[in-house]
Design a protein around this ligand. Structure first.
Ligand code: NDP
Ligand code: 8X3
Length: 247
């Protein structure tokens, strides 16, 4: 049985991806800060699921949690770097600098730290890494500022990682979802349910189940196939024109 570690399995994409991989016969290690949610998911999914709680911005806690994995579970075949967040939609310069730093600490520094920790084992097992970036890393929008920049980092880090891992047999993919209804906007707006509801209302956005299915599809391609990049949007979402400000 193969083992996947999914960061951010307490909600949204990560939680449904844990469900999908368990259904597909994988052992799943799910992470996140909310221990209670990991426990609830463990009760739902049974012994194929193992939750470990840590804050991905805390390198010591993360190393200790990963080191505490039982020997069989520590043989990880696939890392899905999903944990991440946006904070705020305010255009620069009227932003909260702490929010910008938290996005960098989580989406960039947390992601690269766990990748580096697990890389020796992934190379030994010719495993795989799937990083979750975003359309926000490819298409600028007002207020996207640091969030979009962290996701552009994730895209380029993924491509560069694939280059570094040339010849190792390790697969690397970056998945770039567009608008999807999860707790993402509740987090971004710091609990503004009305804003979250109105963003998704009538938009028929992507769902966590859509992304779980896509991630499982990427992971189950024949061993010689590498999906480099995959951008996915709801049909309702497309591109806006460039703007011109006139005096
Ligand atoms: P959710 O808010 O529903 O889930 C985010 C997950 O990330 C949670 O499990 C959360 O766990 C975890 N997480 C956040 N911060 C930390 C931290 N410091 N330490 C550990 N875990 C953390 O959002 P989504 O499922 O939508 O987001 C998943 C990924 O997809 C993110 O990287 C997001 O940027 C990306 N994405 C989302 C899109 C969308 O429209 N929803 C579109 C494109 C990309 P906990 O709070 O328990 O720590
Ligand atoms: C989330 C998609 O467009 O809300 O990464 O930034 S968007």
């Amino acid at each position: 049985m193969k083992t996947v570690l999914i960061t951010g399995a307490t909600s949204g994409f990560g939680r449904d991806t844990a469900r999908r991989f368990v259904a597909g016969g994988w052992r799943v290690i799910g992470t996140g800060r909310r221990q209670d949610r990991l426990q609830t998911l463990g009760e739902e999914l049974g012994p194929q699921f193992h939750g470990i709680a840590f804050d991905i911005t805390d390198r010591e806690a993360m190393s200790a949690a990963l080191a505490s994995l039982p020997e069989d579970l520590a043989q990880i075949d696939l890392l899905i770097n999903n944990a991440g967040l946006a904070l705020g939609t305010t255009p620069a310069p009227d932003i909260n600098l702490d929010d910008w730093m938290t996005m960098v600490d989580t989406n960039v520094k947390g992601l690269i730290a766990i990748t580096q920790l697990l890389l020796p084992g992934l190379i030994a097992r010719k495993g795989g890494i799937i990083n979750i970036a975003s359309t926000a890393g490819n298409w600028p929008y007002p207020g996207g500022n640091v969030y979009g920049a962290t996701k552009a980092f994730v895209r380029q880090f993924s491509l560069n990682l694939r280059t570094d891992l040339h010849g190792t047999g390790v697969r690397v993919t970056v998945l770039e979802p567009g608008m999807a209804e999860t707790e993402f906007t509740m987090v971004r707006t710091k609990g503004d349910a009305a804003s979250s509801d109105s963003l998704y209302a009538g938009a028929n956005p992507l769902t966590a189940e859509d992304m779980a299915e896509t991630l499982h599809w990427i992971a189950t391609q024949p061993a010689h196939v590498n999906i480099n990049t995959l951008e996915v949007m709801p049909v309702s979402q497309s591109f806006a024109a460039l703007r011109v400000h006139r005096e």
